[in-house]
Ligand binder design. Sequence first.
Ligand code: PEP
Ligand code: MG
Length: 606
Amino acid sequence: MGTTSAVTFTGEKHKPTAQPSMFTVHGVGVVDGVAIGREVVMGTVALEVPHYYISSKAIESEVTRLEQAIKKVQSDLQQQIDSLPQDAPRELEPLLTVHRLLLSDPLLVDKACNLIRQQNYNAEWALTTQGQQLTQQFSAIDDTYLREREADVRQVVERVLMILTGNGEDLVHEWPKILSEEELIVVARDISPGDMLRLRQSKFAAFVTDLGGATSHTAIIARSMGIPAIVGVGDFHRAVQDGDVIIVDGHAGVVIVNPAKHVLEEYRQKKQYYIDKKAQLQALRDASAQTLDGVLITLETNIELPFEAKTSYEAGADGIGLFRSEFLFLGRSDLPTEQEQYQAYAEAIKAMQGKPVTIRTLDIGADKNLDTEQAVATNPALGLRAIRYCLAHPEIFQVQLRALWRAAQHGPLRILIPMVSSMAEVDATKYALEQARQSLIQEGVSITQGVQLGAMVEVPAIAIALEPFAQALDFLSIGTNDLIQYILAVDRIDKDVAHLYDPLHPAVIRVLDQVITIAERHNTPVSICGEIAGQEQFTPVLLGLGLTSFSVSVNQLLPIKNKVINSHSNDLRRRVATAINRAQPVNLDLLSEGQPYKSKRNNKLI
Ligand code: PEP
Ligand code: MG
């Protein structure tokens, strides 16, 4: 990519002094596309509040809104001080007084008002921005007493935010609302999958995070939102300020801060290219995903929330290949009830109008943790995750299985078990499933439709000794995100080893080849739902391995279909087999090179 950079920033904490000079940073691009917008740097609290630009006419009323919220907190604090019981701890009164005084400190209040007046920030955005500035200053002070004031600032800011958002008790569940037409780009140290889920309700144009790998769940959600995203950019969030203009090139993994005019122009054109490409691909919506030599490929989607089933159906998906049910459990302080889960699963099944829906049982653990549980495992990716967690918590698992049985009465349901590593887990799941069915029947619930049961192939143990699983289960789904991390011993969310995360490693290809061959031998349908299924550069390899079923994020459905209908399956199978037989790494360039069929099809688009 021909980026013109004035300074190349490599993640260290140095920022060019002359502002606003252009500089670039590099990370791992996880979603293609270009976004151009203003940057919003997110801290933990800031993530939860609305961010939008206000019109100049609204400035004074916005300032008043902030001042009134501050006054309300001050008077609440005073009331608390006045009504402190005799036996209250001695430190409480001075603490509350400090909080009240902080709320008249011009460093917090006047500066926040200035941000509203000069930058047109809404009140919540202005307050959190100034609050962050102050906490950063306090944390750098070499005096324990003053350093502790950092927490006080954070607490008073949160109290004011609760008044501003009108949501005193439930700040955490307040969705950010972006009202401005101007595009905003989120920059954060990290975003948890739960926070990401909240952010997907908003109109952010791109994400850039300091941490994370290409198959982290944060990246996966960005992909399902279809917006450019870059992870693993080092200490970037400290190097930029709210309001900086930035360009995010998700394909190249490059972020350009304060771009020069000609660079901006270059990227406007690039952005348009992606928009045009997307529009062109719409023509393939109703085309069947058949290779040039007539092999029919099943294209299904990966979803995190039930409403995406409708989008999948409209995009022409053959089914839902993976519904990550754990996202119903994230970002909340309680567990979803059986009725709530039933409604979510039934919504997805009904939306697919008779096409199959694969719902994966709760895959909690590793980078997806319940808010109600403290993550304590020393090595969470190898710990009490997914099916291990569910079998250890029958009270949670039974609720989900009952909800799944009830939902299955609305259409074809496939239940998928995550992180299986032994047949004992399959047997225990079958037992639990039957228990759930019996309990419903005993209550008089009519269960006439059956379900299919399958397992994720994502732990090397099952991939290496697949036969009993292929015999005992109705289907298999290869989860390469985890399978690769476990085969190569490379943490999928650790940016420092992201360069070692290689889907084309000969060991990975050999395992995939073996899984597909054995599943075929047992007539057990096998598909792939890891992120490589939705990455066009890997489609030839997967077709060459004989895979005929892919599950991808809804935004990748048409790009992958386009790739499929321009591929020659048998030719690719020959080429990949040759590479495997010679124990050579599969060469992507060779796979797309000299394909005799490229020009044969009229509806070839790109
Ligand atoms: C996988 O591991 O490939 C997968 C699809 O599951 P998840 O990304 O949710 O772990
Ligand atoms: Mg997985």
